[in-house]
Write a protein that binds this ligand. Structure first.
Ligand code: GAL
Length: 685
């Protein structure tokens, strides 16, 4: 990963000329009659909105037929926003091709693995690799960029929208052609491809690149490396679309920063954003809460990972929701306080803009039950009052604009290749959930009140961390094994888990016993995996219990400590958790899924050699999350009450930027009410 050019962040300016955090929403004025637009500007100003994303789904309106354009309405909206002091993150409008285009060119429609066409009628019904789609999309981008190049409201370009949200995997003939081109570039020769794909197996040897297809519905398990490469290719194909639009924008408006909204959230795994981040001028992310016991842990995890892929530079929260969404089985409204708390948790992890989908709740269409900044009830509503209040809070946080997120001492490694590969079919278990394992480690750290950074593999300087946790780091090519070994030898403390370091970049097993690439570093050898059936648990002698997975571990030498043994199950009395000291560091291995409770119980022992402990008062741990931003003079402590109870914070003091004591108060040992956030400024020492 190379670093994104996040210095080109489109900050709004306040009346004093200073930077402000961004505040706003997707704005879809084409859904409303003209008179509503004036009302919109009035309410945006009342709320403190300073940026909107415009024209995301406007293609059919902007280009009503192949040869006609209608920019008049957009000119007027741009002018109105500018007059209102609101900047525009202008979309390239290519996310949803209009009916005239799909009627004339049905060959741009995506095709599923089972050969079904995804028809128009929703959105994002286009093949990332369609030359016809590309041509029409770039024509639109060129028109827009030419027209608005000098417009004073334009602060950034928003390429397409959530690339890959609905069309990441396309198995069409266009995709097949592009996949072959991608494979030629990766492997050069068929021999290299046949080796990488292990085609000696099941008579799969290719004698011509033209024989290769995407992994369409097959009679049995498709070739695993073909599946992995298709995932890599599909992420690259969307990135390629981003680059193609970006090229037009940079040609015509070289000074306007370009972004696209990522979806670092929950189970969205098709796009390798660590790889995309270097291609945008500032990282932007969308996040929606999926209710559940770890929902706000997941919010924090995603915001934290977004910061990680942004190289810990400020990033832009392009979308989240003021309250309910419309696309879950049951769509819960947010409780009082959650609108602000969720927003500020993103800011705590480095967001310098807080935006929502969308400005005004739609009266028609598939998203009419999705919340917005202006709800169906109108401005006389608790929700809009909360929106106005949040605008004031963000104004009070203006000093944070441009500050960095302060690094933690613990890192959790996150790796798209391991995510994709560890969850393939025909594995020891089909139940493995990569993201959940990583999230569980993070939840356990939150419970202990220990800060951690979620960082991508590659491009992260591990030596900055005292402890590196690598859950299910399944794909470990030799250079990564060397990097981890060096990290430990130089004094780092590595923790890894079951099913890590098993395969190389081609998904070939590291032979000689598991976990192949890290076997020597960990000082253990595993001959056989012991996955567990659903509902089966094994007890460990440290009082925790494991599920999903066990390993039959043989300890290789006297320098390996056994931190816990299995007490029950097929491997009773054998090691379950081990640690080997090496150089000034150590390498620990956790062979089963301990869940949040078990990990929280084990972690103090794993953190001890590095001397990592909580920075929070004892009674606040697990209830309050601490995140820190900083500049040369100050540290900004975000104290986020994740709980439904008031939490005392004895011993913490600083100037209050946001909090129960109000601006300019001093915060010393106060009580943080349920779901509230305090932001304290303390001198950087
Ligand atoms: C996003 C999308 C928005 C809106 C939102 C609803 O995926 O970019 O346009 O659909 O979800 O939650």
């Amino acid at each position: 990963m190379t670093s994104p050019r996040t210095t080109r962040f489109p900050y709004a300016k306040g009346s004093d000329g200073g930077r402000r955090l961004g505040y706003g929403a997707d704005y879809n004025p084409e859904q409303w009659p003209r008179e509503v637009w004036d009302e919109d500007i009035r309410l945006m100003r009342a709320a403190g909105v300073n940026v909107v994303s415009l024209a995301i789904f406007s293609w059919a309106r902007l280009q009503p037929t192949a040869d006609t354009w209608d920019f008049g309405w957009l000119d007027e909206v741009m002018d109105l926003l500018h007059a209102g002091g609101i900047g525009v993150d202008l979309a390239t409008a290519t996310a949803s091709p209009p009916p005239w285009l799909t009627t004339a060119h049905p060959e741009i429609l995506p095709v599923t693995a089972t050969g079904e066409t995804l028809w128009p009628g929703a959105r994002q019904h286009w093949r990332p690799t369609s030359p016809v789609f590309r041509e029409h999309a770039l024509r639109l981008v060129r028109e827009l960029a030419t027209r608005y190049a000098g417009h004073p409201a334009l602060v950034a370009w928003h390429v397409n929208n959530e690339l890959g949200c609905h069309n990441v995997y396309d198995y069409s003939d266009d995709a097949a052609r592009a996949f072959r081109t991608w494979l030629r570039r990766r492997y050069t020769t068929l021999d290299a491809l046949n080796h990488a794909w292990g085609t000696a197996f099941w008579s799969q040897r290719y004698s011509d690149f033209e024989q290769i297809l995407p992994p369409r519905l097959a009679a049995s398990h498709p070739n695993p490396t073909q599946q992995l490469d298709f995932k890599r290719f599909s992420s690259d194909a969307l990135k390629d679309h981003l680059l193609a639009e970006r090229a037009v924008l940079r040609e015509l408006t070289p000074d306007v920063p370009v972004t696209t909204n990522f979806m670092v959230m929950g189970g969205t795994k098709g796009m390798d954003y660590a790889d995309w981040a270097a291609e945008v001028d500032f990282v932007a992310n969308d996040h929606y809460v999926i209710p559940g016991p770890q929902d706000r842990d997941e919010l924090s995890f995603s915001a934290n990972l977004t910061s990680g892929i942004a190289g810990h530079r400020p990033w832009f929260l392009m979308e989240h929701s003021t309250s309910a969404v419309n696309w879950q089985p049951v769509n819960l409204a947010k409780k009082t306080g959650e609108l602000a708390r969720d927003s500020l948790l993103h800011v705590a992890h480095g967001a310098d803009a807080v935006c929502f989908f969308q400005w005004r709740q739609s009266a028609a269409g598939a998203e009419k039950y999705h919340s917005a900044m202006v709800p169906h009830a109108g401005e006389d509503s608790e929700l809009f009052r909360g929106v106005v209040q949040l605008g004031r809070t963000l104004e009070a946080l203006a000093p944070l604009a441009g500050t960095a997120r302060e690094a933690a001492r613990v890192a959790i490694l996150f790796d798209w290749n391991s995510w994709w590969t560890s969850e393939h079919d025909s594995h020891p278990t089909a139940r493995l959930d990569y993201h959940r394992e990583a999230l569980d480690w993070y939840s356990a750290l939150l419970r202990l009140g220990v800060r951690a950074d979620i960082v991508p593999v590659g491009g992260t300087d591990l030596s900055a961390y005292d402890v590196v946790i690598a859950p299910v780091l399944h794909v470990v090519p030799q250079p990564l094994a060397k990097e981890l070994t060096r990290y430990v030898e130089c004094g780092g403390h590595l923790v890894t888990t079951y099913f890590s370091a098993i395969v190389d970049e081609n998904d070939h097993i590291h032979l000689g016993g598991y976990p192949g690439a890290l076997r020597d570093l960990l000082g253990i050898r595993i001959e056989e995996f012991g996955p567990l059936l659903d509902g089966v648990a094994v007890d460990l002698d440290n009082g925790t219990s494991g599920s999903l997975w066990t390993d039959r571990i043989a300890v290789a030498g006297p320098d390996v400590e056994v931190l816990a043994r299995y007490r029950t199950g097929a491997y009773a009395a054998r090691p379950a958790v081990t640690r080997r000291g090496s150089g000034r560091g150590s390498a620990a291995y956790v062979s089963t899924r301990l869940g949040v409770d078990g990990l929280a119980a084990l972690l103090p022992e794993l953190l001890a050699p590095a001397g990592v402990t909580s920075e929070l008062p004892q009674g606040a741990r697990g209830l309050v999350e601490l995140a820190v931003r900083r500049d040369a003079d100050s540290r900004y402590l975000f104290l986020v009450n994740r709980s439904e109870q008031a939490v005392p914070l004895p011993g913490l003091s600083g100037d209050v930027l946001v909090g129960p004591d109000g601006p300019d108060g001093a915060f010393d040992g106060l009580v943080l009410p349920p779901r509230e956030v305090a932001v304290l400024r303390v001198p950087a020492t």
